[in-house]
Design a protein around this ligand. Structure first.
Ligand code: ATP
Ligand code: MG
Length: 392
């Protein structure tokens, strides 16, 4: 009996005329993450089928697809001729592990090929009967079966499977433009990057470091976080911007209560310039409303005022607990909580403004000519291509 992966898409079915484009992108992505096995990936009426994977590692290959945005779920299926006898043999083999505990099951059938001689209803009934005959311990439960046995009759073959692996959902990366993630070493920004990439957006990322106030290890931590995000978002460029001079200048020359918001504005300005240069159309931050003084509505308005690009803040309505939960699920949390200093924490004012005004902050920023400092920072920016081992 041959096995294949049956890939069910997430939201691609909503895409109307663009659908073939989204499907093609998804096929490319699947081919990429499974490329070491050289499988045959075939698109057919709302499904993608992956053939010729090594039988002994089907689980491992199916798991890799869990990180591909655009996929709703993956099933490891037995594939056979469109013949009721063959389908029955496949279903009996798949049910063997469940038979001795007297599991409950229900048969589901889908006929993409309406020429198949049995209707879906007949197929469910007849196959249910065959399974009950083969294993006397099995029972049918139509409401809450332990094992859903699904049969799909497609154009060339039939597929039988007994469960599905939930995947990341969203849309294939690269189908929805490009955005620049401001990534710190904290918990929030990697999650924010993940969430926007999930909407099909390719990423670039920028990190500001303040050596010697922040250590080499703080930088390594950001690179590590970026690598975890790239398991989902695909490879991307990380721009490492030296920020010490700007930060110490703000600290020396501007009102102390405003240092954090000013720093935010300058980070946004530099990020926007780099974004324009690399073709990114929006900025992404990990801010969440009210989490700290620099994330009140007024502070966010002041930050937005520094740039023209749209700023995406996917965590804006999330509680910290919800963000932590996501970080744990995507695998960034353990790295984020390593104890290295971020440049924001080094220069925190004792009494930060919580309701800054745009006008006042523009004036404070104008106390210093930041243009040459920003130019120097951008000139000394280092670019790293972030990628991960596709086959992990
Ligand atoms: P995070 O957990 O992402 O660090 P946070 O709750 O600690 O977020 P802040 O430190 O106020 O919040 O930072 C808000 C956002 O500003 C971050 O989510 C990130 O997008 C951006 N940011 C902060 N520090 C840096 C940095 N050193 N380099 C790049 N972006 C940064
Ligand atoms: Mg932070």
């Amino acid at each position: 009996m041959n096995s294949a992966l049956v890939v069910k898409y997430a939201e691609i079915h909503l895409k109307g005329l663009n659908r073939p484009y989204f499907e093609r992108k998804l096929v490319e992505k699947i081919e990429e993450v499974l490329s070491d096995a050289h499988p045959r990936v075939v698109r057919e009426q709302g499904r993608i089928f992956v053939y010729d994977l090594p039988e002994e590692n089907m689980d491992e290959y199916a798991k890799r697809l869990q990180k591909v945005f655009g996929i709703h779920s993956v099933c490891i299926a037995a594939c056979c001729e469109k013949d009721f006898g063959e389908i029955t043999k496949a279903a009996i083999a798949l049910m063997a592990p469940y038979a001795k505990d007297g599991a409950t099951f229900k048969v589901f059938a889908r006929r993409a090929d309406k020429r198949f001689p049995l209707t879906s209803e007949q197929l469910c009934r007849e196959l249910g009967h065959e399974l009950l005959t083969a294993y006397e311990n099995l029972k049918v439960d139509v409401h809450c079966p332990k094992v859903p046995v699904t049969v799909e009759i497609r154009q060339d073959l039939a597929f039988v499977y007994t469960g599905e692996l939930p995947c990341a959902g969203g849309m294939p990366v690269g189908t929805n433009g490009k955005a620049m993630l401001l990534i710190s070493g904290g918990i929030d920004s990697p999650v924010a990057g993940y969430m926007i990439a999930k909407r099909g957006v390719s990423l670039a990322a920028v990190h500001f470091y303040s050596y010697p106030y922040t250590s080499e290890r703080a930088r390594d931590k950001v690179v590590e976080l970026a690598k975890i995000v790239s398991q989902y978002a695909g490879s991307f460029d990380l721009y490492l911007v030296p920020f010490t001079e700007i930060q110490t200048t703000i600290y020396d020359k501007c009102p102390s209560s405003e240092t954090t918001v000013l720093m935010r504005r300058l980070m946004m300005k530099i990020a926007e310039r780099i974004a324009k240069d690399c073709g990114a159309q929006a900025l992404i931050t990990g801010e969440s409303l009210g989490q700290v003084a620099s994330q009140t509505i007024e502070s966010l308005a002041v930050t937005n005022d520094a740039v023209d690009m749209p700023v995406f803040r996917p965590l804006i309505g999330f509680d910290k607990e919800e963000i932590i939960d996501r970080a744990q699920r995507i695998g960034t949390f353990e790295t984020s909580i390593l104890p290295y200093e971020d440049c924001c924490t080094v220069f925190v004012p004792q009494h930060p403004v919580t309701r800054p005004s745009v006008q006042k902050l523009r004036e404070s920023e104008a106390l210093v000519d930041f243009e040459p400092l920003m130019d120097t920072a951008i000139r000394n920016t280092e670019v790293m291509t972030i990628s991960h081992n596709l086959f992990d």
